[in-house]
Design a protein around this ligand. Structure first.
Ligand code: ZN
Length: 199
């Protein structure tokens, strides 16, 4: 964890990592604008999106000091979790794409569905071992903002799901989503940061 510099330290000792999965998306620029406004760094676990509109977003993540992490190229569970070869091929494709796009060789990974997902047809330990062998550090989360549940939460509910729980951990890793339909998460972000700043 200490490898990721993009964390928010509050209360002198407690750390909070804000992490965004599934981007880039139409919301990425606004998320980056908010982070910039509050001078907060985050980690973006991204997918592979080659369309022209997305390329500057990958670069902005890097240029503005955030951590660029990987979240699989395709995000298709049935493909990436079908074999170690399929998983590694997908990971390498994303790593190279990110290097070509940003000049950064990402060393961080978040498994789609998390490292203890029940979907993979390969034992997750094998995939974890593979990443370790590649010197890639994977990171789960311990606080979820709840924006991926079926229910549409209001921004304040999303913020409360974060700020009510982060202080339970000396190192909180908060799961948020950067996806087209997650506009409530974008609206929740200033509420989350302002609440963290008060702690
Ligand atoms: Zn995801």
């Amino acid at each position: 964890m200490s490898l990721i510099t993009a964390c928010y330290v509050y209360d002198n000792t407690k750390k909070c990592f804000l992490t965004f999965d599934d981007g880039p998306s139409v919301n990425t620029d606004e998320i980056l604008d908010i982070l910039k406004q509050y001078d907060v760094k985050a980690t973006f676990f991204v997918n592979g999106r080659t369309q022209d509109i997305y390329l500057p977003m990958y670069r902005r993540i890097v240029e503005e000091g955030h951590t660029l992490g990987m979240h699989s190229y395709s995000h298709r569970y049935n493909e990436i979790y079908s074999s170690v070869e399929a998983f590694s091929g997908d990971m390498e494709k994303l790593q190279e794409f990110l290097y070509d796009t940003t000049g950064v060789w990402s060393r961080f990974y978040r498994f789609p569905g998390g490292s203890s997902n029940q979907v993979s047809r390969v034992p997750m330990q094998e995939l974890a071992d593979y990443l370790e062998g590649e010197n890639i550090y994977y990171l789960d989360w311990n606080v979820s903002c709840g924006d991926a549940t079926g229910k549409r939460l209001r921004p304040q509910q999303i913020a409360d799901n974060v700020t009510d729980y982060v202080s339970n951990y000396n190192t909180a890793v908060v799961l948020l989503h950067d996806a087209p339909d997650k506009t409530a998460t974008v609206e929740a972000l200033p509420l989350i940061i302002e609440e963290l700043q008060k702690m």
